[in-house]
Design a protein around this ligand. Sequence first.
Ligand code: NAP
Ligand code: ZN
Ligand code: ZN
Length: 349
Amino acid sequence: MTTTSTRAWAALAADRPLEPFTLTRRECGPLDVQLDILFSGICHSDIHQARGEWGASTFPMVPGHEIIGRVSAVGAKVTRFAVGDLAGVGCMVDSCRTCGSCAHGDEQFCETGVAWTYNGTEMDRKTPTQGGYSTRVVVAEHFTLKVPAGLDLASAAPLLCAGVTTWSPLKQWNCKKGDRVGVVGLGGLGHMAVKLAAAMGAEVTVLSTSRGKEVDAKRLGAANFEVTSERATFKKLARRFDLIIDTVSAEHDLNAYLGTLRPYGAMVLVGVPPKPAPVAAFSLIGGNRRLAGSSIGNIRETQDVLDFCAANKLGADVEVVPAAKINEAYERMLKNDVRYRFVIDASTF
Ligand code: NAP
Ligand code: ZN
Ligand code: ZN
């Protein structure tokens, strides 16, 4: 198979900063779409994986799964995309398409293992996948998303992960007008959770460790803002929420947040702290509370959140950075200093 040489930035080891790198992409197969990348978001999952915090990581690793680009080639059997179209790629680039989960449209739960956009392999289980911190990507058509007209392209990139990862649990738990929704952590995922839940009519409360984010939280659509470093906050919020979306990337006490759920309320974990967190049985038993998780979202949900954001004039609040600032962006995210998603301008790779 012929390949094309592609400029990128990669982590060569878990303890090394990212650096310029050249990778090879396959030529467009009959069912593939090739994108020339315009913008690539920086997700905290990129940091976790580039630093080997979730167990085995494969190096060299080109992270990035919030990709917006322009179609530069299509395979002979591609029907939904043409050269020149805008398109997006999220966390998945392929799956088996035949197992029960795939047939049900939940590609992320493919029983043979989905092909993640990076730090994984293609479905041949040999060829490593490489992500969006690069100038070009080749993806199966089924995993290529339409970018509706009217979206700002840099602000749309984070919808491919941060957007769908918060959209999916809001939909799964039937978020609706008047619901009291708590969003824990105001970073990339958290700020999208606020925008989406507010647009669905919920009364949103941000639970943050950063007092300085209050004005932003209200501007993003939150009705209330609470600082979690004060114990009194949890007393005040006891039995408040119908639904909590927990986006926190580091260790925190789940029991304290569970106490802010009303009876039968649900707290959904989307953040992935590297260490397990203890949960007391009584935190759940009192009030029949539910603790759940949610993994990104399927391809249909990814298209839905793009369409919803176009219709409601929503997008991420982004700080566009050149490739040379990726490592600095990582450090700033680790200090909770992101307002609210870094997006890399792909012309700088
Ligand atoms: P981010 O932009 O860095 O935001 C994380 C936020 O969590 C921070 O801004 C901060 O908000 C809060 N936080 C950080 N450390 C904290 C601590 N020790 N205690 C309490 N709050 C803390 O990260 P992100 O890109 O939104 O990603 C968040 C998490 O979701 C990551 O673990 C990522 O891997 C995971 N993720 C999961 C999925 C999925 O499919 N489930 C998909 C994408 C990402 P405040 O300043 O407001 O406190
Ligand atoms: Zn992500
Ligand atoms: Zn499958």
